[in-house]
Design a protein around this ligand. Structure first.
Ligand code: FMN
Length: 299
C-alpha cells in the first residue's frame, strides 16, 4: 500500500489532487461531485468584495492544446459567497480553499470575514484578464506584502496564487517575509485569439488566459524555481495536469499537491485516473508515499 495523503501547510488532504479555482463556478453541487470523484480538496471561484458580472460572450475558446478564457471574474460578491461556502462546509468532508481577489488589506479582511466557511484562503494575485481590482497584484509586491501580512495577523492560513508572468519570485519573496503558508502556481498565461475572417479578437474580454496542456512545462518551471528558493513552503502545482504523468512531474519539481482545472472538462473521472496513475507509479517505482517524492528532481 502506498500513502497518498499529504500535508499541505497544516492541512491534511486524503490525496494530493486539488480542484483549481474557477472551473466549478460557484456551485456546491459541483464541489460535491468533485469530492465524490475523489478530490483531496476544492478551491472555490475567486470572489471579490462586491459582485461582478464578468465579460460578454464568448468567454472561452477551445484549442487542441488548451483553453483560452476571459471570464472577467464573474462572482456573486463576498456576502453571497459566504452563504455558498457555509453550505459547502456543511456538505463536504474535504478541505475548501477559498479564493479571494482584493486590492487592499482592508478589502481582503472584509472578504475573509464575510466568507467564514473555509480551511484556507488563496489570494489570487494573478488573473490575467482583469485590471484595477487587485487581481493583477503581480506588479505590486508591496501590496501583496500588505495583504498577506493583514490576513496572517488575523490568523488565516494563506496561499498566494502566482502568475507565470513578471518577477514572480520577487512577489513570492515578499509574501514569504509576510508569513505566507503556501504558493499556488500557476494561474493562466496571458493570451489572445483572433478570428481571421472577422479580423477581430474572438473573446469578449479581448485578452484571456491560456490554460491546459500548453502551459504545463511553464508550470513545471515555476514550481521548480519556487521549491528551489523556498523548499519549506508548500506549493500547489497547477497547470496542464491532464493525467498522472503531469501530476508526478509537478510533485517531482517540488509541489506538495497538484491543482486540476481544464482537464475537468473531460469529466470528473479524470480525478480518479490521475490518482490511480500516481498510485501505480509510486508502487512500481518503489516509493512509500507521495510525500517521499516531493522535490526529488532537485536531488
Ligand atoms: C474557465 C476558467 C476559470 C478560471 N477562473 C479562475 C479564478 O476565478 N481564480 C483563479 O485563481 N484561477 C482561475 N482559473 C485558473 C485555474 O485555477 C488554473 O490556475 C489554470 O487554469 C491552470 O490550470 P489548468 O491548466 O489545470 O486549467 C480559471 C481557469 C479557467 C480555465
Amino acid at each position: 500500500m502506498v500513502e497518498l495523503s499529504v500535508e499541505v501547510a497544516g492541512l491534511r488532504l486524503r490525496n494530493p489532487v486539488v480542484v483549481a479555482s474557477g472551473v466549478l463556478g460557484v456551485s456546491v453541487g459541483l464541489m460535491k461531485r468533485a469530492e465524490d470523484a475523489g478530490a483531496g480538496a476544492v478551491t472555490s471561484k475567486t470572489v471579490t468584495l462586491n459582485p461582478r458580472e464578468g465579460y460578454p460572450n464568448p468567454v472561452v475558446y477551445e484549442l487542441d492544446y488548451g483553453l483560452v478564457n476571459s471570464m472577467g471574474l464573474p462572482n456573486p460578491g463576498a456576502e453571497e459567497m459566504g452563504r455558498i461556502l457555509r453550505e459547502a462546509r456543511r456538505v463536504l468532508g474535504i478541505p475548501v480553499i477559498a479564493s479571494i481577489g482584493a486590492s487592499t488589506p482592508d478589502e481582503a479582511l472584509r472578504i475573509a470575514e464575510a466568507l467564514e466557511g473555509f480551511d484556507a484562503l488563496e489570494l489570487n494575485a494573478s488573473c490575467p484578464h482583469v485590471k484595477g481590482l487587485g487581481a493583477d497584484l503581480m506588479s505590486d509586491p508591496d501590496a501583496v506584502y500588505g495583504i498577506v501580512s493583514a490576513l496572517k495577523s488575523s490568523g488565516y492560513r494563506v496561499f498566494l496564487k502566482l502568475s507565470p508572468h513578471g518577477d514572480y519570485l520577487a512577489v513570492a519573496r515578499k509574501a514569504y517575509s509576510a508569513g505566507v503558508d503556501g504558493f499556488t502556481a500557476i494561474n493562466t498565461a496571458k493570451a489572445m485569439v483572433i478570428d481571421v475572417y472577422a479580423r477581430k479578437p474572438v473573446l469578449g474580454g479581448v485578452v484571456g488566459g491560456l490554460s491546459g496542456r500548453a502551459i504545463h512545462p511553464i508550470a513545471v518551471r515555476v514550481v521548480y524555481e519556487l521549491h528551489r528558493e523556498f523548499p519549506e513552503v508548500p506549493v500547489i502545482g497547477t497547470g496542464g495536469v491532464e493525467g498522472w504523468v503531469e501530476a508526478v512531474e509537478l510533485i517531482l519539481a517540488g509541489a506538495s499537491a497538484v491543482g486540476v482545472g481544464t482537464a475537468l472538462k473531460r469529466g470528473f473521472e479524470v480525478i480518479g485516473e490521475i490518482l490511480g496513475g500516481i498510485e501505480r507509479y509510486l508502487r512500481d517505482e518503489g516509493f512509500p508515499s507521495v510525500e517521499s517524492i516531493v522535490g526529488l528532481a532537485h536531488k
